[in-house]
Design a binder for this molecule. Structure first.
Ligand code: TZP
Ligand code: MG
Length: 225
């Protein structure tokens, strides 16, 4: 696929679901959860298969393909967390890496100009470096306390989002960590183009309704500007 225009990436970040098999409640099919969430308003998906009990090898590949098919049928970008080989194997729309993963410059070199590259950044310097290395968007967080990433850094609130915009960084930004319908507006008001969530959708009684509320927070923010 051709590299997305910056504005397309920005729009896709609006309601960004991140999920792997271990984020889903027992007995729930991740593909069904994803389908519902997209119907509710999810605009981008990241396959993040991590932690105790997560799938590996062929099983991970098979789940990636199933989830990618759900995304493709609905025109939602399918991004792979960390695993550049998997991203290449399935021709994913993009790859997301953290500061401890393969450096953005080498990821960009491996996936080529056609794929979206996202990078997690925790400081203005990390953000500048990632963008210089070819990142298309930055993940900023954890904004609020999260129960979904045991090794997450301390929550930083929305300060870094504001600092990045004040520093003149106009690149697409997505907030992450403890975001839910009730606080999504504050993340957008601080300068994020979208919100990225795991549990607010995967553990919601209705993933479709949770996604609808998150999308609604974006619409409310647009109207208030
Ligand atoms: N990176 C920073 S916080 C986080 C990741 C992957 C987890 C976000 O999960 P939740 O459930 O939306 O707080
Ligand atoms: Mg990582």
């Amino acid at each position: 696929m051709l590299r997305r225009l910056e504005e397309d990436v920005r729009r896709a970040l609006r309601v960004y679901l991140i999920m792997g098999s271990t984020n889903c409640p027992a007995g729930v099919d991740p593909a069904e959860l994803l389908r519902e969430a997209i119907e509710g308003g999810v605009t981008c998906f990241q396959f993040r298969e991590k932690g105790p009990g997560s799938l590996a090898g062929e099983a991970k590949l098979e789940l990636a393909k199933r989830l990618q098919a759900v995304c493709r049928a609905r025109g939602v970008p399918f991004i792979v967390n960390d695993d550049v080989s998997l991203a290449a194997a399935v021709s994913a729309d993009g790859i997301h890496v953290g500061q401890d993963d393969e450096p953005a410059a080498s990821v960009r070199a491996r996936v080529g100009a056609g794929a979206i590259v996202g990078v997690s950044a925790h400081t203005v310097d990390e953000a500048r470096r990632a963008l210089a290395d070819g990142a298309d968007y930055l993940g900023i967080g954890p904004i609020f306390p999260t129960g979904s990433k045991p090794d997450a850094a301390a929550p930083q609130g929305t300060r870094l989002l504001r600092d990045l915009r004040s520093a003149g960084i106009a690149a697409p930004l997505v907030g992450i960590g403890g975001i839910a319908p009730g606080n999504a507006g504050s993340v957008l008001a601080a300068g994020a183009d979208g919100v990225s969530v795991i549990s607010a959708i995967t553990l919601a009684p209705s993933p479709r309704e949770a996604a609808r509320l998150l999308a609604g927070a974006g619409t409310a923010w647009d109207r208030s500007r």
